[in-house]
Design a protein around this ligand. Sequence first.
Ligand SMILES: Cc1cc2nc3c(=O)[nH]c(=O)nc-3n(C[C@H](O)[C@H](O)[C@H](O)COP(=O)(O)O)c2cc1C
Length: 366
Amino acid sequence: MVTRRKFLKILGGGVILAATGITGFVTTRTPEKALAPWQPGEYTDPRKAALSYAVLAPNPHNRQPWLIELIEDDKVRIHRDPDRDLPETDPFHRQLFIGLGAFIETMVLAAGAQGSSVDLSLLPGGDDGPVAEATFSAGGRSDPLALQILKRHSNKQPYTAQKLSQAQIAVLGEFATLYVAEDEVARIREMTIRAFEIEMMTPRTLKESVDLMRIGKAEINRNPDGIELRDPLLEAFRLTGLLTEELLLDTSHSANKAQLKGYYHMLEATPHYAVLTSATNTRSDQLHTGRRLMRLYLKTTEMGIGLHPVSQALQEYAEMEKEYTLAHRLLAPQGHTVQMLVRLGFGSNPIATPRWPLETRIMNDV
Ligand SMILES: Cc1cc2nc3c(=O)[nH]c(=O)nc-3n(C[C@H](O)[C@H](O)[C@H](O)COP(=O)(O)O)c2cc1C
């Protein structure tokens, strides 16, 4: 029997991280219901068949900011769900629009693979209306990248020291700007660590993350979005009432310090970065960046390379200004906007993250 005192001692000692090794328990704690969308069902409606893949797109803080309107029997209108904003870390919704762009690209790729062609109109009513309108018809071209949609996951592990080969750099160079020189990589790495620390030490941005944490199987299955923490020991602490919001917000607590140390270690273990920029920073640029990001993710998945966005230095709030300026000086000296900064490298296999089922994102099922 573990006493409350002993629990607190474990919590204080930062042993939490080690608990990920309890594999037997982890298996039983897998939130299967939240992961079910990764096995899309059979749909007779080609729009739903493609959209059931689109909901698997990467998106900031896994907010899944899309809402789908089905129109007549061949059209789809995609909206941004204003209830899924990130006001502190994404005040201008730039990152949410990138996620919506990734959703659109996934829909188009899946439709092509399923024999449908999509006539796409982005921002049909301007910036304040729907994000996109798509008309489906028979035909379509299958892109090999579509084969990777169900295998694609962000890889948030520490990467090994293995570097990309020259051939891999050449291939990925078609999809993004790569940073491979050791001195440049070191400068970016240090910036990502400082920027992450700022996000954690700024109470309102930390709270935005804490509010989105789903800890343990039941919480994740109930709310299959946000930041999922599957660690069974954290779940045990949560269930016994020890892991409170107050504790998660206390950055001086030794358990949080240990978690942060683990995160810094992961950020350190990064051999390369890739960057997506745009000359201007319109909604259309952001959607286009999301489409490019999805293709980069799928290409790296095909090549067995890990990809992990590290967005903190690109976020538009006062406390981040210094790192934001540095990020732009380092990564877009010609005055462009840095839309995405991602780690690239080799790590252990990433896991699938939760998704709301397609049906819950359709506004008007017909
Ligand atoms: C615009 C954008 C910004 C992101 N920024 C971060 C980030 O700063 N840190 C991070 O760990 N993941 C980041 N991600 C990855 C998301 O957390 C991830 O896509 C989401 O949790 C779903 O997981 P999946 O990609 O494995 O399906 C970002 C994704 C997008 C599209």
